[in-house]
Design a protein around this ligand. Sequence first.
Ligand SMILES: Cc1cc2nc3c(=O)[nH]c(=O)nc-3n(C[C@H](O)[C@H](O)[C@H](O)COP(=O)(O)OP(=O)(O)OC[C@H]3O[C@@H](n4cnc5c(N)ncnc54)[C@H](O)[C@@H]3O)c2cc1C
Length: 460
Amino acid sequence: MTSIADTADLAPFARPGEPEYVRATVAYQLAVTVDPVGAFVARSVAAVVRAVGVACSARLPIQVTTTGHAMGRGAPVSGSLLLRPEIEAPVQVDVDACTARVPAGKRWQDVVNEAAPHGLAALHGSSPTVGVIGFLLGGGVSFYGRRFGVSSNFVRSLTVVLADGQIVTASSSEHAELFWALRGGGGGFGIVVEAEIDLVPIAEIITGAIMWDAAHAMEIAPRWQRWAATAPDAVTTSLRLLNLPPVDGVPPEITDKQVLALDGAVIASTTADLRAAQEIADGLLAPLRAVATPLIDTWAVAKPRELPLTHMDPQEPIPLRSDTALLREFDDEGWRTFLRAAGAGSGTTLLSVELRQLGGAFATPSQNGGVLDHIDAAYLYWSGGLMTGPFEHTTPVDLEYIRDATLSYRTGLTVPTWVERHDLPQQRTYDDETLAAVERIRKQVDPEGLFAGDISPIRD
Ligand SMILES: Cc1cc2nc3c(=O)[nH]c(=O)nc-3n(C[C@H](O)[C@H](O)[C@H](O)COP(=O)(O)OP(=O)(O)OC[C@H]3O[C@@H](n4cnc5c(N)ncnc54)[C@H](O)[C@@H]3O)c2cc1C
């Protein structure tokens, strides 16, 4: 049967097989089929408005993508139009106001490049290639986060094209309810074409990674936990079990075996703070270096522009399957169960099993924050593996194994940016009352559900 999608004039959306379609459907996440009815790279705000009008006339839903890091988090895109906003405008830093205007389509590296020469830093995540808007809409967990909190608290305004084609700027003084819901509410409100964000002055950081054979995990992980319980908020770290293949850029000492990695950043806001920052880093690392000889140890003083490389996130597209949850503190038995499930000492096929350190400002509600203004948990857990060849079978099994082992430590909540799939259980972010408030705002701005396919799984 011929559908409206087959016959409607969808220009400027390109149809499958056309070069523009290929360009607009490129995604970092290769494990998901990207087969929308039509796809379009919008290079101006006017082009975004036009695309929304076409979708309304054709009565087809629109889904938005920037990098496709989270392709698969919303509903499948088949049956939708896919819009990739890449607004042709630079990132503009206002040094006096300590802010940046970031057009849709920019990656965090673009902001870091503009802010760093002025001694300013952005609250970006671990990967330089993640999209700024997609990150901020989901909350955003940064290696500066224990000092400053959830990154979306540092958004001043978001300019959005709504389902009726209106362009509105949402801030604490205009469209304040929408501004609240956009920041962590799970998407599906409209197409954000610009974000204005606060930057923070950071002169230097101490950053790097120290790695040991994973056999030392049970000795080192609980020590890290004891240190984290009283760690100052200038430092944020991540503890991971890594299982990396021998590829360019990965030191040979840490490939083809499972390793325990501890990385992160200590902030020195001014050069006068550097000595205190060094003491914090030494307080963490010296006792751990004494436990076992590391395979590599790169922690050193650096400039903030170097932080996007610390975590060694893969920058090329990969087929990934992952799981995430917010966790409470482990007791000794919890560590044993978790590390065993993560394969410490015995091996796993998962690329990475991670615990991000929370606490500090992450735990503090923000007066001007969005719906996700703080995170109440000890750790943000994430693990992921490949979905190619034999891993297509082992990755889901290994993820399930850790899920079972961590069940009694899960708070039942998660952070929207870290959710990769729409069909996982236990991906709720809010209580029912908050969900209802978000839904009411979504209904006001998108009564027909034009953007409904973009809603992240913020409920069970
Ligand atoms: C290697 C890697 C490292 C990561 N590290 C961190 C980290 O340290 N901290 C953290 O918090 N998260 C991290 N993430 C998660 C990442 O922040 C989220 O997946 C984020 O949502 C990706 O945004 P994106 O725009 O790049 O991805 P996309 O898949 O393009 O977009 C994700 C969603 O955001 C929405 N969206 C994107 N652009 C727009 C727009 N212009 N208007 C409206 N909606 C839009 C859409 O709903 C889309 O489905 C990481 C992810 C990866 C793959």
